[in-house]
Design a protein around this ligand. Structure first.
Ligand SMILES: C[S@@+](CC[C@H](N)C(=O)[O-])C[C@H]1O[C@@H](n2cnc3c(N)ncnc32)[C@H](O)[C@@H]1O
Length: 295
């Protein structure tokens, strides 16, 4: 990397950290950074929580675990409560401070360390971790394959990689989410929804995809999305299981402006239809979870 592009990259990664710091701060104003509280949040309560419980059940006391993009440490802390020695890394100093302060007040059974690090370029120790966790972070990376190579080297032989991430958004999914968003109460009024729709016409689908993928939220939001991280993991790791799921419920419920419990109820009512559509291959899931092993 030239000196100028390195300067540019450092500015962008600082902006990425700042954006996620803001997100972590506003989340912490509503929810304690603790799984016991956060598991009631809509996207965990509707579906993702069950995958995280699967992850927690894997964790063994004494394991060395790395949580990449740990944010305010909710998942790191829960894994350390299972007796693991967890390191959480992130590019957001503000999110890490929230994590550190909370862990200091609620020390876990295992150990917990947080540090500011960039998985795009900072070194990782070799053959060191029993488990590496990457939740919602691969789609932010500049070079997913290079990062996976270093993650691979950082795992002990037979060490485990747990990933939760997103796939590209097919147009039909965006149309379905758009239709639900028109019908159900969202932050934006019904009048404004119709006005936007008429004004945007053909661009409406692109806008809907961008909003579902939260493009523009931070400089690297979605930069790794087109690199097909799922395929990249398959190329380098032995995949034990993979679940592709959630064709529309997650983005629909994310947009709902209503009390959390009601949003969870609507999500749970819609989920069986979503699951059936994915199972029958009528719709493509937008999310995936996988467990892989160092090959
Ligand atoms: C979508 S959030 C996911 C947070 C958490 N893992 C979760 O599941 O709730 C993505 C996190 O990855 C972090 N991140 C983005 N790029 C990163 C990088 N290059 N190295 C380390 N962390 C990064 C962000 O600061 C943010 O906290």
């Amino acid at each position: 990397m030239s000196e100028q592009s390195n300067v540019d990259y450092q500015a962008l990664i600082a902006a990425e950290g700042a954006a996620w710091g803001n997100a972590a701060r506003s989340l912490a104003a509503k929810w304690r950074p603790d799984w016991q509280d956060m598991r009631h949040m809509r996207h965990y309560a509707i579906q993702d929580g069950r995958y995280l419980e699967k992850l927690f059940a894997l964790v063994q006391p004494g394991w060395r675990v790395l949580d990449i993009g740990c944010s305010s440490g909710v998942i790191s802390l829960e894994m350390a409560r299972r007796g693991a020695h967890v390191e959480g890394i992130d590019v957001s100093a503000e999110a890490l401070k929230i994590a550190q302060d909370y862990a200091a007040e609620h020390p876990p059974r295992g150990s917990l360390q947080y540090r500011l690090a960039d998985v795009n370029c900072d070194p990782l120790p070799e053959s060191y971790y029993d488990l590496i966790v990457a939740l919602g972070v691969l789609h932010h990376l500049t070079d997913v394959r290079a990062a996976l190579e270093r993650i691979h080297t950082a795992l002990k032989p037979n060490g485990l990689l747990y990933v939760s991430d997103f796939l590209e958004t097919p147009t039909v999914n965006a149309l379905i989410v758009g239709a639900f968003t028109l019908l159900l109460p969202a932050e934006i009024s019904y009048r404004d929804k119709i006005r936007h729709l008429l004004r945007l016409r053909t661009r409406a689908i692109e806008r809907m995809k961008a909003s579902m993928e939260t493009r523009g939220f931070s400089p690297f939001e979605g930069s790794g999305r087109h690199q097909n991280s799922l395929e990249a993991v398959h190329e380098r790791f032995h995949v034990e299981w993979v679940h592709i799921h959630n064709a529309f419920v997650r983005p629909v419920t994310a947009n709902l402006a209503m009390p959390e419990r009601l949003a969870v109820l609507i999500g749970r009512l819609l989920l069986p239809f979503d699951e059936l559509a994915v199972r029958l291959r009528l719709l493509q899931g937008l999310c995936y979870k996988l467990l892989a092993r160092r090959a």
